[in-house]
Design a protein around this ligand. Structure first.
Ligand SMILES: [Zn+2]
Length: 83
């Protein structure tokens, strides 16, 4: 993840991460932005629109949480084309 993207993610996550559910620490660091492939009736289709996710790790116990990059305003939502 580029520094500029990490800084934008840190700004967008401010006030949203809260205490770690595992150890109650409040120190987090942005790890990476990844994409999840949605599962549909026909299974997973490579090339299908993916779900961009920001991974955030607890600085104390390394627990990882996921946040929607679209809802954070970091990535434009992908419009799915109709049939
Ligand atoms: Zn923790």
């Amino acid at each position: 993840m580029k520094d500029v993207d990490r800084k934008a993610a840190e700004r967008a996550l401010r006030g949203k991460v809260g205490a770690c559910p595992s150890c109650r620490a409040r120190r987090w660091r942005v790890l990476e932005m990844v994409a999840l492939l949605p599962y549909r009736d026909e299974g997973i289709t490579l090339g299908a629109p993916a779900v961009p996710i920001v991974l955030v790790a607890c600085a104390k116990c390394a627990a990882v949480r996921q946040f929607s990059a679209v809802q954070l305003g970091l990535v434009e939502p992908v419009k799915e084309e109709g049939p």
